[in-house]
Design a protein around this ligand. Structure first.
Ligand code: IMP
Ligand code: MG
Length: 175
């Protein structure tokens, strides 16, 4: 696609990583786990990942957005909440990418306050150089530099989520 400057991770490489992560999760937990995907970006990653987890998991979803406006507060608004009661559950939050860390630090606190037995984060990508809030991420697909990436769930203005690979968006698209 001409809007993509270069491909960072091919579909094959991502699928291989999902197998590795799924195997680790299967080893690290036993019994029921509640896997919570953050809409919409986590959907392709979560679909691939859960197929590789050999545990009786439940799947749930949550949709959140950062408060918009001139002052960036790092506050998160819940657009859609999970349907499951998280009390006494092992929760794995699945996310596409961790940037500032605001979203995931808020969500892990929230699930802990709701009485989850454990809260573990699994993110396909992380951009450590952008971090504002410390978050402990147990399962990471790939670490990247501060590029704006799209594909495999990630978007620019709601587009490119369907690409089967992760690529760097050409600056021409947003400049
Ligand atoms: P955080 O709260 O700053 O960690 O926000 C993470 C969210 O920002 C992700 O779930 C994405 O929706 C979005 N995001 C951050 N970096 C990128 C990127 O490079 N491409 C697409 N979305 C991104
Ligand atoms: Mg997101």
């Amino acid at each position: 696609m001409k809007e993509i400057e270069s491909v960072l991770f091919s579909e094959e490489v991502i699928e291989k990583k999902c197998c590795e992560l799924g195997e680790r999760i299967s080893r690290d937990f036993d019994g029921e786990v509640l896997v919570v995907g953050i809409l919409k970006g986590a959907v392709p990653f979560m679909s691939e990942l859960v197929k590789r987890i050999e545990l009786p998991i439940r799947m749930d979803f949550m949709d959140v957005s950062s408060y918009e406006g001139s002052v960036s507060t790092g506050k998160i608004k819940i657009l859609k909440d999970v349907e499951n009661d998280v009390r006494d559950k092992d929760v794995i939050i699945v996310e596409d990418i961790i940037d500032t860390g605001n979203t995931l630090s808020y969500l892990s606190e929230l699930f802990k306050l709701r009485g989850a037995k454990s809260v573990t984060i699994c993110s396909l990508l992380t951009k450590p150089s952008r971090r504002e809030k410390e978050v402990e991420v147990k399962y990471i697909g790939f670490e990247i530099e501060d590029y704006f990436v799209v594909g495999y769930g990630m978007d620019y203005n709601e587009k490119y989520r369907n690409l089967p690979y992760i690529g760097i968006l050409s600056e021409k698209v947003y400049k």
